[in-house]
Design a protein around this ligand. Structure first.
Ligand SMILES: [Zn+2]
Ligand SMILES: [Zn+2]
Ligand SMILES: [Zn+2]
Length: 502
């Protein structure tokens, strides 16, 4: 075996994640939490070696994968059988029976008897099927090296029952602390007010396989409209006077597709408007409903979404960088990003993780956008079929303009926020939600990519869980009996529809 220098660099030697296939087991040795690393290599006899958690700090995703499966299998075995029976089962299946002098009987399963060709593995061995080496950059790895002094083990015999038993009894506290710390470190890099992580129920941490991204990540076959099509309002200026901006001019080009404000129509323009509506003519030049409040009222605060938009599904058109109104236009809100501090927390009510706000939210206040990979409709179908029923809760079709623009289903893009996105990934469904998802566009000529933005639909006190209706249909479906295999809704509100989808 290659001897690793024990001075200096040994303290910082690390395992590189790209060389590792998976983690198979855990144990305590020399007072350290150790994990059995399966290295990439021969599928039958891959090199395997035990490493302390401090050597695995670059592989915490894999350690977390292993711990998650371990905890799930523990929960399943607790449900399925009594501890005594479980122990009996393990004893009978253990390859170590032979070492203990218990001869394999004819009644053993073929998989156990076929192991007799494999040298009996021992759990106190540190390296199997290879030797440890370093790559010169402080990284340690295990490479295949056949030879009489190399302990060999067939991957099909792993994890051995003895290993499983040791693993169940061995603490993984340090690993859990490091996984949590890594997650918090990544949260600290997310732009905007600090996002906190709270879990008073158990030692779990949300998956490290989720990446926080500041904007959509466009995947194959997905394109934004040419930036040249992003037209700004040209007749608006930043110096139109105090409180005078895009919200007062009837000429703001950005509001071209916004909803017409009937209150501001004169008898003359009302006639023109009715005619335009009847003939499908242009609505350019009519006074439009401005999306955000521009002054405090008793009911609502400056910058919050006005009730027309709050209560309708009309898209919100914000000004953009090409506008003449300048950076302080009141029609820029969502594009400045999240302004409130959020907290990801373990709900402890069977609904996994949830999201809440650290401060009071006002009705109409912008919370955050939904981010993710933007994929084609075909790719979304493929992912949905591969991902099972719960995958649907991460997929949002950008189909707002499908009908009005006559877009084919194949041309619709879909946002997948399961593995990449923002904290809003953790917002749970409720049949009686306190937030809703709105369409926000900065380029009225790009009908295929726009933002999905969450706004509070009522005042929400600090600490109340933020929820939205995953389905949010314009008209409620007639009550139906839950079809077989439907995903049950756990929102617990009085308006609960009992199930989400089939
Ligand atoms: Zn304007
Ligand atoms: Zn503007
Ligand atoms: Zn504008």
């Amino acid at each position: 075996m290659v001897v690793i220098p024990t001075t200096g660099e040994s303290a910082t030697r690390r395992v590189r994640i790209d060389k590792v296939h998976s983690i198979l087991s855990n144990r305590i040795k020399d007072n350290e939490e150790q994990f059995l690393v399966r290295w990439k290599g021969d599928p039958n006899t891959p090199p395997l070696s035990w490493h302390s958690i401090s050597e695995l700090v670059r592989c915490l995703e894999l350690v977390q994968d292993y711990i998650t499966v371990r905890e799930e299998s523990k929960a399943v075995s607790r449900k399925r059988k009594s501890p005594d029976l479980a122990f009996e089962h393990e004893r009978r299946a253990s390859p170590f029976d032979r070492r203990l002098g218990l001869t394999p009987s004819a009644s053993r399963s073929p998989s156990i008897s076929s192991l007799s060709a494999v040298p009996t593995p021992r759990t106190d061995i540190d390296v199997y099927n290879g030797v440890l080496d370093t790559d010169g950059n402080g990284f340690i790895f295990c490479r295949s090296a056949p030879g009489p002094n190399i302990a060999t083990i067939n991957i099909r015999s792993l994890p051995m029952e003895e290993m499983l038993r040791t693993a169940r009894m061995s603490k993984i506290e340090t690993a859990n602390v490091l996984i949590r710390a890594e997650y918090v470190r990544r949260l600290g890099k997310v732009v905007g007010k600090r996002i906190h992580l709270v879990n008073v129920h158990d030692y779990t941490t949300p998956s490290l396989r989720f990446s926080y991204i500041p904007d959509y990540v466009l995947r194959e076959g997905v394109y934004r409209a040419d930036p040249a099509t992003q037209e700004g309002c040209q007749k608006c200026k930043p110096d139109m006077g105090r409180s005078i901006g895009c919200e007062y001019t009837q000429k703001c080009g950005c509001l071209e597709y916004a909803a017409v404000d009937p209150v501001r129509l004169t008898p003359e323009t009302k006639k023109q408007y009715e005619k335009a509506l009847a003939t499908g003519g242009s609505l350019l030049g009519f006074p439009k409903r401005f999306p955000y409040f521009t002054g405090d009222t008793k009911r609502q605060r400056t910058g919050t979404l006005v009730s027309f938009y709050l209560d309708s599904r009309h898209p919100i058109y914000e000004c953009n960088d090409n506008c003449g109104c300048g950076p302080y236009c009141r029609n820029k809100n969502v594009q400045f990003g999240r302004q409130v501090g959020l907290e990801i927390f373990k709900t402890g009510s069977g609904r996994g993780w949830g999201l809440r706000c650290k401060e009071d939210l006002f009705m109409g206040q912008f919370v955050d956008t939904y981010r993710g990979e933007v994929i084609t409709d075909a790719e979304a179908t493929r992912r949905e079929q591969a991902g099972g029923k719960l995958k649907a809760s991460y997929l949002y079709s950008l189909d707002k303009h499908q009908e009005s623009e006559g877009l084919a289903q194949a041309d619709i893009y879909v946002v997948d926020g399961e593995f990449m996105g923002g904290p809003s990934k953790f917002m749970n469904h409720s049949c009686e939600p306190n937030c809703r998802q709105y369409t926000v566009s900065y380029n009225k000529h790009d009908t295929r990519i726009y933002d999905l933005a969450f706004f509070a639909i009522r005042d929400i006190p600090a600490g109340e869980e933020l929820t939205f209706d995953y389905l949010d249909k314009e008209e409620a479906d007639d009550e139906e009996d839950a079809p077989e295999g439907a995903v049950p809704c756990l929102c617990g509100t009085t308006k609960c529809r009992k199930w989400l989808w089939q």
